[in-house]
Design a protein around this ligand. Sequence first.
Ligand code: GAR
Length: 211
Amino acid sequence: MNNIVVLISGSGSNLQAIIDACSNGVIKNSQITAVISNKENAYGLERARAANIEAIHIAPKQYGNREQYDDALAERIEQFNPDVVILAGFMRILSGDFVRRFKGKMLNIHPSLLPKYPGLNTHQRAIDAGDTEHGTSVHFVTEELDGGPVILQAKVPIFANDTVEEVTARVQKQEHAIYPLVTQWLAEKRLTMIDGKAVFDGEILPPQGYA
Ligand code: GAR
């Protein structure tokens, strides 16, 4: 059985997609053993409790700096012997030491077609730029913010007069489809990171993953 630990900060709709995929067999031989949030009132913690998954809040203000917080977070994660660590809307920048501890087994989902729009407010930035195409990317986490090798992307259109809410919903629908899939690949060990590149079924993926 593979152990998955999920880090969240908010609603946890991607967490829910992965919970559902573990229970309906899309993700096989895997269980989410803990959900950890930096925000006490993150709705995703309630989703975890409802699924009988240990829900943990670790408050940044109890720690003196980012490194101390990240050390405590890493130790808590390691208690669950994770095969896979999933960042699902975890809205903190992670220190280099933390990232290196989980190298090759930590994934993030970022709401843009990376390398476009790393960072925040991606949907608004895509609308403001007049983009007609937007999307989401699942990538390995490396020390470069939103810069690790992309594994899989999903594209969505942006229509004239779309609101940011409409674009967000369209992107999130795709996230809920692709994040469980990539999680399954990593749990099955079909996916690895070698020399900073994503390798799937023995093939090096192109820099922007599969679109
Ligand atoms: C997701 O859309 C994810 O792509 C984004 O936060 C949202 C979390 O939603 N992540 C980032 O912006 C990371 N930089 P959720 O809590 O409902 O899964």
